[in-house]
Design a protein around this ligand. Structure first.
Ligand code: OGA
Ligand code: NI
Length: 265
């Protein structure tokens, strides 16, 4: 992907969030569903809400797109998003083949677990300046429910941090790179060789921040499990077989637990 194409995606995303509220609210999500435009979902009375506006869309399978949530303005929003995610699906395939090869496995062993109709979703994140960054996060600590996440970061404003050995590490800005993050489902399929890291987004008082996360997810009817070749007597299977991990994920997340715990043996 060219740098100018990545800039174009940032541009349409910025333009969308810059519209007046009435325009954005044409795409508002319904109270109990994540798809569409809105704030963090309120799942419990004790929850601290994330300091963010989002636009969440299903991209693939194409017959599951809810086009009423896809912004008509800016004019090239839909086309740009479509083109971007077609390219990302190719990148996802390429990457998972390479990951399999790096472990001396059959090239298709992870991709085969995606099934015929993998799910691709996009989350446009807009973080406004926040008066109390000491108390409020843009996104609370979480690991992604996906197999693989592609994050297009803001070109100027940092905010993402990853947890390692109980310490938070800042992610630097590399303007024309995508950040590739392994989600819980690759952790499961790789029998824990690749870890799905916990991350969060911090806020700042001065500048807004725009990012786009695209999540590549195996088909929900498909069973995913650690690859057979990665299980041995010395390294037993660490995870149960699981279907529709995304639903399990949200049930656990709601209770403030790490969803991957639900499938650990
Ligand atoms: C996410 C996420 C990070 C960011 O959407 O899951 O972790 O920097 N986003 O917006
Ligand atoms: Ni995330």
């Amino acid at each position: 992907m060219t740098s100018s194409f990545l800039d174009k995606i940032r541009e349409v995303s910025k333009q969308f969030f810059a519209f007046p509220m009435e325009e954005k609210q044409k795409y508002s999500r319904e109270a109990d569903s994540i798809e569409g435009y809105g704030n963090d979902m309120i799942l419990s009375d004790h929850q601290t809400v994330d300091w963010t506006d989002r636009l969440y869309l299903t991209i693939s399978p194409e017959d599951q797109r809810k086009i009423k949530f896809w912004p008509e303005n800016p004019k090239d929003f839909r086309e740009t998003l479509h083109e971007y995610t077609v390219k990302l699906q190719e990148t996802n395939d390429f990457l998972l083949r390479a990951v399999a090869r790096s472990l001396n496995l059959e090239e298709s062993c992870f991709l085969d677990q995606y099934g015929e109709q993998p799910l691709v979703t996009a989350r446009f994140n807009f973080y406004p300046p926040c008066p109390r960054p000491d108390r409020i996060l843009g996104v609370k600590p979480h690991a992604d429910a996906s197999a693989v996440t592609f994050l297009l970061q803001d070109k100027e404003v940092e905010g993402l941090q990853f947890l390692k050995d109980n310490e938070w590490f800042r992610v630097p800005i590399i303007p024309h790179a995508l950040l590739v993050n392994v989600g819980d489902q690759v952790e499961i399929m790789s029998n824990g060789i690749f870890k799905s890291p916990v991350h969060r987004v911090v806020t700042n008082t001065q500048r807004e921040r725009n990012t786009l996360a695209v999540f590549c997810i195996p088909e929900s009817d498909n069973e995913i499990k650690p690859a057979d070749q990665l299980i041995s007597e010395t390294r037993p299977s660490l995870y149960k077989k699981v279907k529709d991990y995304v639903s399990i994920y949200f049930q656990y997340y709601q209770q403030g637990k790490r969803p991957i715990e639900a499938v650990k043996i």
